[in-house]
Write a protein that binds this ligand. Sequence first.
Ligand code: FMN
Length: 408
Amino acid sequence: MIALNAFLKPPGEYLAAWRHPDGPADGGVNIAHVRALVERAERARFDAVFLADLVGVPLADADVLSRVSVVNDSFEPTTLLAALSAVTSHIGLIATASTTYNEPYHLARTFASLDHLSGGRAGWNLVTSLNDGEARNFGLDAHVPHAERYARAEEFVDVVRGLWAGVDDGALTRHQGHPVIVQAGASEAGKALASRVADVIFTHHGEVAAAQGFRAEIRERARAHGRDPDHVKVLPALSTITGRTRAEAEDKAARMRELLHPRVALEDLGYWLGGVDLTPYPLDGPLPDLPLSNQSRSTQARVLDRARAEGLTIRQLARQVADDDRTLVGTGTEIADHIEEFVRAGAADGFNVIFPYLPGTLEDFADLVVPELQRRGLHRTEYTGRTLREHLGLPRPRSGYATARETP
Ligand SMILES: Cc1cc2nc3c(=O)[nH]c(=O)nc-3n(C[C@H](O)[C@H](O)[C@H](O)COP(=O)(O)O)c2cc1C
């Protein structure tokens, strides 16, 4: 069985998804819409839904901001998941929270509370945050440097885990839970943290060989930390547009891509390159030389590599990045083949499924891909457990007291 996580970003991951005629324009703050999505994911027996988050609005340009749906119109994840826990019964509920702009006690309490509320279904996606807009919301002029925020994250997560493990098993009838920890670091510091503490690791690797290498490295590092590598689930991102035929899927992708405004694509490219204003440069010329990003270095490197390798102009690169040509467009069988290939090659323990527009691409995945995966014995037809740890096949961590008793 593979792990399937639904990356829910209503109204969809595509920057112009809110304009899609089959979904609500206010999807990000439409609780009926979000509820229906999570219920659909639960009927498809996903392990979990996941909510990304930034603690600030990543875009400064008011014209661009009026044309996209990002953090400017979405719910705060932990409160949203608390509401959704009351209308679902099995699906895991993973929220993003920053170690740079919180204190450990707050997060330990919030996630333990969500875990209790949901009967053991909570997960925490540990991030160190990404951009200067977030820093400014906390009284800083610029985002904390990469190395410094990872050093804080290492200590932060130990304090959180210490708090969760601070009550002996059976000491209280109302025992605290232990949420699942998710991490997506791709830099050296990110991988070091993820392999030490994460139960689930999100990655961007779309090619089998690269994903295989990444997973092997993570498993080796986890083993070096004395962990069982099978208790670290590596989930590459998989964005899909599914149709009953290849032509139908391609038509859906083309119709979605017509919705994008070019100004939005340019701003988005500048964001991924580390928060650069690209408007002064000729659109039909190459990218200028850029400083090393203090946001996501791995993303910046990936975009720069692509521009150089293919000799792209700014306009071409912006369009390609926004259109995300790593989105798999095809039939349920083709997408199931891709999933199976990764799993059989040891390149993935499952997938973090990204939905370009909602509810359409989730419904298509649930109707066309999930039954095919079930037929192949790769995905459950019914939940066999109740907690997110049970879905993922992860043991419950021992209390600090239990560990101390066993240590000679
Ligand atoms: C699937 C996925 C989801 C992510 N979600 C968030 C998020 O919600 N908030 C955030 O600040 N960063 C998010 N990130 C960024 C990571 O936390 C991390 O910064 C990024 O993968 C780059 O790693 P690095 O900082 O080690 O270079 C996500 C990354 C991936 C691959």
